[in-house]
Design a protein around this ligand. Structure first.
Ligand SMILES: Cc1cc2nc3c(=O)[nH]c(=O)nc-3n(C[C@H](O)[C@H](O)[C@H](O)COP(=O)(O)OP(=O)(O)OC[C@H]3O[C@@H](n4cnc5c(N)ncnc54)[C@H](O)[C@@H]3O)c2cc1C
Length: 537
């Protein structure tokens, strides 16, 4: 059990700006995003490396945009342009098919060419994690495997953490901020006394992971199967690398011979060379922490929200987006360009997203039946279904640092419906810069960007940078970059002929002005003081 020790251990052996606990998908994403913002970061993970279980396999276009922004999209095979993930209800792989495939991936929005420069990706989590780890190391993150967090103590200057290397002597690390990416049963969350709300355990899944030569059965293009036989009800899924997982609907414990028999039943044929890799039990839980931070400690990923896999990829993808939201904020505060109040927006922005995803999960067919058991937790099986496009690209942040968004607005709409609404992701549009075609998304990442329809904003940007020190660049649409169609660009961002849109390092719109105000310098300085928590003293 992790101890939130009220007494700071004497002495220290090491120091960093941010310590991340947990080196799985979300912790590694956090280390990568932080290192990309030049933040000194140490990550500790109690295991020697990546868990051998493939776990999450579907990454959405928005996640791929985030990975593209740190230069690793090319290492992750995108789904082909004609990709359609199909699921079918069958007796077995070789047996009777009960009608046409039940659903197609275009309902899951792995490919949204009009909305993103990136397509989704299907790569098993144990393939994705090494890519993230390599990039984090390249960027300078200090990753310490086989190292466990034992206790932590918050004080005026940050957090003192006690860690123990496997077979080694415990030592302390002084860190300004501590990030808990320690999974659904987060010891850090428990030590902070942060409760969770939501449905709770949806069900316990027993599964077996195996390797078998089944490519011949993928010829229909279907890679997920609901197996229905009198003696076997299960879900069979392909990891696209020769590995398959069979997840049982029942809760029976099976020995190896029984697992093999079940695999044969699912295939509909015995005698194939089946190599069992692992079997285990996995609790499908749906719970969201009541706070995503406490003092200088932040919860991300499953530590903040356990969301079972669902069409639309709410689980792992939501955690990676938490990391992206928090990394630039920690970077700005540590660089001294923002006050620590900026960090309050992490909980304000990410917790409503997690809760909406929790509710949307139960509004979707996969978990509708389970929702019946969650009425006590305020879960409505017939709650309004928000379309995937809105969930993927149109979730609203209505925090204190967004000007022009409040909680009366819907939590998610499509990019067209938002039309550049502050608090939403800046839309992807094609632009030309010199002789190259780029996306608007290529403009965002490290500094803040003022996308200006008039060149008259330039002086205001210079004045604001001089006055506040916020890293901000002006991009004039018309000379620095050119839109294919100015009217379309203005419509997508909700701007008039002389307006401007202020975009944060994470690609979210913080504020916009439909036209040039009377005093652009004063207006912009006032706006940045709020949106970037710039230190005005
Ligand atoms: C069988 C299975 C299938 C899944 N399938 C999908 C799917 O299809 N789609 C999807 O979106 N999601 C899926 N998930 C969920 C997905 O894997 C998680 O959402 C994702 O792993 C969350 O990542 P995380 O980094 O937040 O937490 P975790 O992956 O749980 O990682 C937490 C890490 O913290 C480390 N840690 C904990 N305590 C300490 C400590 N004190 N000191 C040091 N290290 C510590 C742990 O060793 C672990 O490596 C699946 C999960 C399982 C188990």
């Amino acid at each position: 059990m992790i101890d939130a020790n009220p007494y700071r251990p004497a002495g220290y052996n090491d120091a960093t700006s941010v310590l991340v606990v947990g080196g799985s998908l979300v912790g590694l994403s956090m280390a990568t995003f932080l290192a990309w913002h030049d933040v000194p970061v140490i990550l500790v993970e109690r295991h020697p490396g990546t868990s051998p279980h493939p776990r999450a396999v579907g990454y959405t276009p928005r996640t791929m945009e985030l990975l593209r922004s740190v230069g690793i999209q090319d290492q992750i095979p995108e789904v082909p342009a004609d990709f359609t993930l199909l699921r079918a209800r069958v007796e077995s792989l070789t047996g009777q098919w009960f009608g046409e495939p039940e659903w197609r991936s275009d309902q899951v929005d792995m490919i949204l060419p009009d909305y993103s420069i990136s397509r989704g990706a299907t790569i098993a989590q144990d393939g994705m994690e090494p890519i993230l780890r390599r990039r984090a190391l390249e960027l300078g993150a200090d990753i310490r495997s086989n190292t466990e967090l034992l206790s932590f103590c918050q004080h005026d200057d940050g957090v003192t953490v006690s860690v123990r290397p496997r077979d080694g002597v415990p030592y302390t690390i002084e860190t300004r901020y501590l990030v808990a990416a320690d999974g659904a049963s987060s010891g850090i969350r428990d030590a902070l006394g942060i409760a969770r709300q939501g449905h709770g355990c949806v069900r316990t899944v027993r599964s077996v992971l195996f390797r078998a030569p089944l490519d011949a059965y993928l010829k229909h293009g279907v890679s997920q199967y609901e197996i229905e036989q009198p003696d076997l009800k299960a879900f069979l899924t392909d990891y696209h690398d020769g590995r398959w997982a069979l997840m049982f609907t029942d809760d029976l414990e099976r020995n190896e011979a029984e697992l093999r028999a079940a695999i044969d039943l699912a295939i509909g044929q015995s005698g194939l060379p089946v190599d069992i890799i692992a079997s285990g039990t996995w609790e499908l839980g749906a719970l969201v922490a009541e706070r995503f931070s406490s003092g200088d400690v932040f919860l991300i990923g499953d530590a903040a929200h356990a969301l079972p896999p669902v069409r639309g990829g709410f689980g792992a993808n939501t955690g990676m987006a938490d990391a992206h939201n928090l990394a630039w904020k920690l970077g700005a505060v540590l660089a001294g360009t923002s006050t620590p109040e900026l960090l309050d927006s992490y909980d304000q922005e990410r917790r409503p997203v997690a809760w909406q995803r929790h509710q949307q999960m139960f509004a979707r067919p996969d978990y509708q039946a389970a929702a019946q058991g969650g009425v006590a937790a305020g879960i409505a099986a017939d709650g309004p279904l928000v379309e995937d496009l809105a969930m993927e690209f149109g979730q609203l942040y209505a925090s204190d640092i967004i000007i022009g968004a409040d909680e009366d607005l819907p939590l998610a709409l499509t990019p067209e419906e938002w039309a550049g609404q502050p608090g939403t992701r800046a839309p992807h549009l094609w632009l030309s810069r010199e002789d190259k075609t780029i996306s608007t998304l290529d403009l965002f990442g490290r500094p803040w960007v003022l996308l200006a329809m008039s060149d008259d904003w330039r002086d205001a940007v210079e004045d604001a940078v001089d006055e506040l020190g916020t890293p901000l660049v002006c991009v004039h649409v018309g000379s620095d970059v050119r839109a294919d169609d100015d009217a379309n660009f203005r419509r997508a961002f909700g701007l008039g002929r002389t307006g401007a849109s202020l975009v944060r390092p994470d690609g979210y719109i913080a504020w916009r002005s439909a036209d040039l105000p009377l005093d652009p310098s004063e207006t912009l300085a006032d706006v940045l003081a709020v949106t970037s928590c710039a230190d005005v003293d």
